[in-house]
Design a protein around this ligand. Structure first.
Ligand SMILES: NC(=O)c1ccc[n+]([C@@H]2O[C@H](COP(=O)([O-])OP(=O)(O)OC[C@H]3O[C@@H](n4cnc5c(N)ncnc54)[C@H](OP(=O)(O)O)[C@@H]3O)[C@@H](O)[C@H]2O)c1
Length: 244
């Protein structure tokens, strides 16, 4: 039976992932910042068949948070993990509010890197495992409409790439997940959602399959690989003029 840990367990994508893992009867450790939001998710996982569900409520951005959680799982080491928390930064506010910008970069990059680092070492010390980290296609190229969010995800993607190489011979597989648009609370403000949009369930299924297949980097849905190839190839003088 796998012991799976999910950071940012209240995210819509994480919830879909948890439902699937619960159905398989796995042991789950769920980590989030809100007890009120986490409690029904844990209850639902128990009803669906999870072997055991343990919850941790703490500030995910606290540097001591990963160690505090991992200390508690020494008896049943984590073999698979998903890091899912993130915040879609308001680029206009970030222009004038330095504290907000710093907090957003911390949530989207630094804290995710700290969790990834701690989980990778934990797995390496306990026989290996698979670590999936949700980055974004936004990290493939900095855009004017989401410069801070994109930069944080770019940093996270690069961190995961290096971590994957460092952990290669220590039986830890690091998967970087790059979703495109997902219909979740994060994007609830977007009124018109077209053909490029995916559901949280679709993305969770893609993550699950990529973990099983031990993929390194996965675009979800897969057509985003082609879109981002074109986006990366656009010359900068043209790219900086685009309003997207
Ligand atoms: N939605 C998209 O279009 C899209 C596209 C590409 C990548 N992604 C990435 O996919 C992942 C999952 O997002 P989602 O779409 O499932 O969004 P979501 O349902 O809105 O979930 C966001 C998660 O991040 C947590 N979070 C937000 N700010 C936080 C903070 N300051 N400290 C700690 N936790 C915080 C939320 O916790 P609370 O429940 O407590 O608020 C929630 O668990 C994120 O990494 C996101 O960047 C999303």
């Amino acid at each position: 039976m796998q012991h799976v840990l999910v950071v940012g367990a209240t995210s819509a994508v994480a919830q879909a992932f948890i439902r699937e893992r619960a159905r398989r009867g796995e042991r789950l450790t769920l980590v989030a910042r809100s007890a009120e939001r986490l409690s029904p998710i844990a209850a639902d996982a128990r009803v669906r068949g999870a072997a055991e569900v343990v919850t941790h409520v703490l500030e995910l951005t606290d540097v001591s948070a990963p160690a505090a959680v991992l200390e508690t799982v020494a008896q049943a080491p984590v073999m698979a993990a998903l890091i899912a928390h993130g915040s879609l930064t308001d680029s206009a506010r970030a222009e004038d509010d330095a504290a907000y910008l710093a907090q957003e970069l911390t949530v989207n990059m630094t804290s995710a890197c700290l969790w990834a680092q701690a989980l990778a070492v934990h797995m390496a010390n306990h026989g290996g495992g698979t670590l999936a980290v949700i980055s974004s296609v936004a990290g493939d190229r900095g855009r004017g409409s989401n410069h801070a969010y994109g930069a944080a995800k770019a940093g996270l993607t690069a961190f995961c790439s290096g971590l994957r190489a460092r952990m290669r011979q220590r039986s830890v597989h690091v998967l970087t997940v790059k979703p495109g648009f997902i219909d979740t609370p994060m994007t609830a403000h977007v009124e018109r959602k077209g053909v490029l949009w995916a559901s949280a369930e679709q993305i969770a299924r893609g993550i699950d399959q990529a973990m099983i297949r031990r993929r390194d980097v996965v675009y979800l849905p897969g057509f985003w690989r082609l879109i981002m190839t074109v986006v990366r190839l656009l010359p900068e003088p043209l790219f900086k003029r685009l309003r997207f």
